[in-house]
Design a protein around this ligand. Sequence first.
Ligand code: TXA
Ligand code: MG
Length: 323
Amino acid sequence: MTEKHPDIVPTTPQGLARAGEALRDGDLVAFPTETVYGLGGDATNDRAVAAIFAAKGRPQFNPLIIHVPDLEAGQAVAVFDDRAVELAQQFWPGPLTLVLPRRPEAGLSLLVSAGLDSVAVRVPNHPVGQALLKAAGRPVAAPSANRSGAVSPTTPHHVIESLGDRIRMVVAGGKCPVGLESTVLDLTGAVPVLLRPGAVLREEIEQLIGPIQISAGDPTAPKSPGQLESHYAPNAAVRLNATNAEDDEAFLTFGPDRFMRGGKARLNLSPQGDLNEAAANLFAHLRQLDQEGARAIAVMPIPDEGLGVAINDRLRRAAAPRG
Ligand code: TXA
Ligand code: MG
């Protein structure tokens, strides 16, 4: 236990003004987006960006996403080609991150893109996140507000559990409606590459800009477990495609589960089998089951379509061998 606690800031104009000021001062502020809570720091301040890496315990070669309030602010930090503008106009604000050539003159900390010439830009669709970005008045680097490799936070309480002693403020904006990190699309090459699946679907992107490639992290391509980065991992082991649970396992189910057997604890991602509801509940349910002290969390199969592709991507990482 620590004696340091973050300031829990209400989403009032005064609270948001205070949080914006803290960001400008170089402090870390956790805030809600529609996907997950972000651990925000001034993207133009090397010290603030370094503090993000330190708080998360994240390897420094992993670049961060820059959050801005709108396309215009995005164009100040990155170069948008026609594809990027079209995607931004269609999906922003929303859970799509674009990796684009960085504008060297924008004054972004080099640490933010880990020395790359590119930068990942996103415009979150959350009234509190939007208001905070406007109050901050500068681009905000924000990975998910959890220790590196752990389950992403979808409530202020999750943030405090994971990082409470390491950040100055948490803007308390309730539960994140999407619950999964944004789709990440790399537009720095001739052929766009999907780096991370999320709530903006591959099909929706292809409808707009034509065929895209799926990165090595493609959840639909066969791969050896060794290629999988362990990530989003609870303390308990994770066992996928479970049709029942052992007595020392917790059971994470989906859809009607009345006749499923076993489990010392059980939570249902969506009794109706709704993938959006399942995504919004995923990280919170993993955390809650983890607290049961089970040896493993057994997870029922999730349909690999729509938002299920992103859910299965996170689940496979949670189940991957730990480093
Ligand atoms: O939903 C989200 O995107 C959340 C909320 C807080 O906005 N943020 C988030 O940020 O997930 P972060 O920093 O954890 O995500 C970083 C992802 C990684 O997969 C990273 O490899 C990729 O974006 N990325 C960032 N910058 C990149 C770059 N310049 N080139 C390639 N990939 C990049
Ligand atoms: Mg994360």
